[in-house]
Design a protein around this ligand. Structure first.
Ligand SMILES: [Zn+2]
Length: 174
């Protein structure tokens, strides 16, 4: 059973409709994967380009959607789509496909972790930068006190570090 055929045969909107998740005209719904989503942040992209939740960061294609919604593994999710949408595909899903999805999911999770770390680091650097900047603004010549001297000495390097982290963040695949 070729998972790509399944993906082409069932759109996410069809799946949402079938499994009772109403999508509004802008393609948004309340997220089925996190609670308290009162302003719908679960987005279905047109042309079957998958889903993404701006609240909890969950995303993927129609197969991932079923895996998460029903707590299924890849093969069972494909089987369920096959059965629920009468696709009539009766071969076994390929293990290579399964591995590919697992790998993608792992990579996405790693990227998410890295993103959180980078954001925390940026927040820390920004606070240091703010403080240093304030000290320099308040410095009006003469012999600087120790904190101001350190600020003057370090501020360019702090800016450089912020820039590096921002670039890393922009290059992250998530
Ligand atoms: Zn969510």
């Amino acid at each position: 059973m070729d998972a790509s055929i399944i993906k082409q045969s069932v759109t996410l909107s069809q799946a949402c409709q079938t499994y009772g998740i109403p999508i509004n005209r802008q393609g948004f719904s309340r997220c089925p994967f996190h609670s308290g989503d009162n302003t719908p942040s679960f987005k279905i992209y047109p042309n079957n380009r998958g889903f993404y939740c701006f609240g909890c960061g969950m995303g993927g294609d129609v197969i991932t959607f079923l895996m998460k919604l029903f707590g299924l593994n890849f093969i069972d999710a494909v089987k369920k789509l096959n059965a629920d949408f009468n696709l009539g595909l009766d071969e076994k899903p390929s293990y290579a496909e399964y591995r590919k999805v697992q790998k993608l999911q792992y990579e996405r999770e790693q990227a998410k972790k890295q993103k959180a770390e980078l954001l925390a680091e940026l927040k820390r650097l920004s606070a240091i930068h703010r403080k240093a900047h304030q000290l320099i603004i308040n410095y009006h010549g003469g012999e600087p006190d120790e904190a101001t001297a350190v600020a003057i000495h370090n501020i360019e390097f702090i800016r450089y570090k912020i820039e590096v982290r921002e670039t890393e963040l922009a290059n992250l695949n998530c």
